[in-house]
Design a protein around this ligand. Structure first.
Ligand code: HEM
Ligand code: HEM
Length: 179
């Protein structure tokens, strides 16, 4: 079994991170939309806690993914010319948003002054002072960045499907590792 990426294929670690995080992001997005229309009270607090726990887990995973990129660089691109640049810019945007979204959620939650709990158990260090204006700004950034992520993700999926249909095996190598 290939753990590391090769010159032409994605290894198991990169594929597990890619698909695991994709599922987690979809869950986080749905949960986020649900809680943003809820009043935080004793009966709904656990959903807020779940969203924060999963969101902070995603932050850890994205940092691990970036480290893994250094240890085992991704395979060479399959497209050529402007498509390589577009794919690079798209992937960079996805990484930026995967950092900005959980960080803005963490800043906003810290600014509320309410303890952020991980797994309903450990108090997470606040990374911002208590401030109503900072809370509002960071939640606004959180909301906008999640919408941008969904837009970029739509382009990402369309590009992946288009390359696959053109017979390049792009999706196959992210699923199976090789073409
Ligand atoms: C990649 C990770 C994350 C994603 C994809 C995500 C997604 C979302 C989405 C889509 C919303 C609804 C926004 C709106 O329409 O206004 C939301 C709300 C929220 N998120 Fe996240 N989130 C993530 C990480 C986090 C983290 C790490 C925290 C805190 C530690 C957090 C705390 C919150 C809170 C408290 C709300 C409710 C805001 C309100 O009351 O309006 N999120 N999130
Ligand atoms: C939230 C969901 C997703 C995120 C954040 C995401 C992000 C990324 C990133 C950053 C890469 C570059 C390689 C890497 O650094 O690991 C990548 C590659 C790829 N993604 Fe996604 N992705 C998501 C969902 C999907 C979905 C649903 C599909 C399938 C339809 C898909 C298909 C691909 C393919 C085929 C590649 C390989 C491109 C190549 O061979 O160069 N992704 N993705």
């Amino acid at each position: 079994m290939m753990w590391r990426n090769g010159p032409d294929g994605f290894g198991l670690v990169s594929r597990a991170l890619h698909w695991g995080m994709a599922v987690l992001i979809v869950v986080l997005f749905s949960l986020g939309l649900r809680i943003s229309s809820m009043q935080p009270d004793l009966s709904t607090l656990w959903l807020f806690g779940l969203h924060k726990t999963l969101g902070l887990t995603l932050l850890v995973l994205v940092l691990l993914r970036l480290v893994w990129h250094r240890i085992s660089p991704p395979p060479r691109p399959m497209a050529s010319g402007w498509q390589v640049k577009a794919a690079k810019a798209g992937h960079l945007g996805l990484y930026l948003l995967m950092l900005v979204i959980p960080l803005s959620g963490w800043v906003a939650s810290s600014a509320t002054g309410i303890d952020t709990l991980f797994a309903d158990r450990w108090v997470v260090l606040p990374i911002a002072p208590v401030s109503a204006s900072l809370e509002a700004t960071a939640f606004a950034v959180h909301g906008i960045a999640t919408k941008l992520l969904m837009a970029l993700l739509t382009l990402h999926v369309l590009a992946a499907l288009q390359h696959e249909m053109a017979g390049q095996g792009t999706l196959t190598r992210m699923l199976r590792g090789r073409r």
